[in-house]
Ligand binder design. Structure first.
Ligand SMILES: C[S@@+](CC[C@H](N)C(=O)[O-])C[C@H]1O[C@@H](n2cnc3c(N)ncnc32)[C@H](O)[C@@H]1O
Length: 192
């Protein structure tokens, strides 16, 4: 908790929140995932690992989980905690390069991308690049899940994805929406 706040003070736009998400939101983020079926899951911005813990606990044996964290001190913590766990791969890098990391680890397609990224505070250009890369990564069948504290970015996401579902978690500080997105028909390989 203290480490999270410290990192927020150093880089408020990239961290985007003063404290990690709570356990109720973590569980809500897991709800749309069919773990019995998922072979490849990617997490963007795991931070101190509140969603990671649930993903590792629930993923089936043999499924890969690729964690992409840009912040170096969170990355080091994640490595200390999760390196060596079956199927878990940890990268210190940016979500924009998800396709490159997938290639590096022999992942052809991804079933779910779970995002903790602060799209409201990230530079628009960075968000655009991440969403373009995400659209390519999830292909025709994958799902992209993200949480948001408001629906202000709904239209922005809709430029890239079809919003298939929207859940709400009141027991988080602040309460949050979980958006479940998938490919718009015929859009998996275009740039916008
Ligand atoms: C709001 S915090 C969420 C942390 C955690 N998922 C949670 O819900 O408590 C945002 C996280 O995204 C990371 N981040 C920001 N930009 C990123 C990027 N381009 N690629 C990967 N991680 C990024 C930050 O370092 C931080 O760990």
């Amino acid at each position: 908790m203290f480490q999270f706040f410290l990192e927020f003070l150093k880089s408020p736009r990239n961290i985007g929140a003063v404290a990690p998400s709570g356990a109720f939101l973590a569980k809500k983020m897991m709800k749309p995932i069919r773990f019995e079926w998922a072979k490849c899951i990617v997490e963007y911005g795991p931070g101190t690992g509140i969603f990671t813990r649930e993903l590792i606990r629930r993923k089936k044996k043999g499924a890969k989980l690729l964690l992409i964290e840009q912040n170096e001190s969170f990355f080091r913590k994640l490595k200390e905690r999760y390196e060596g766990h079956e199927g878990v791969l940890i990268v210190n890098g940016s979500a924009e390069y998800v396709k490159e990391y997938m290639e590096q680890y022999g992942m052809e397609s991804v079933d779910y991308i779970v995002s903790g990224l602060p799209f409201t505070s990230l530079p628009v250009r960075t968000s655009e690049q991440i969403l373009t890369a995400t659209r390519k990564a999830i292909g025709a069948e994958g799902r992209f899940l993200t949480f948001q504290y408001s629906m202000a970015k709904k239209k922005f996401f809709q430029q890239y994805f079809h919003i298939a579902d929207c859940l709400f978690e009141l027991r988080n500080l602040p309460p949050a929406y979980v958006l479940v997105m998938r490919q718009k028909p015929g859009k998996s390989n275009s740039n916008r």
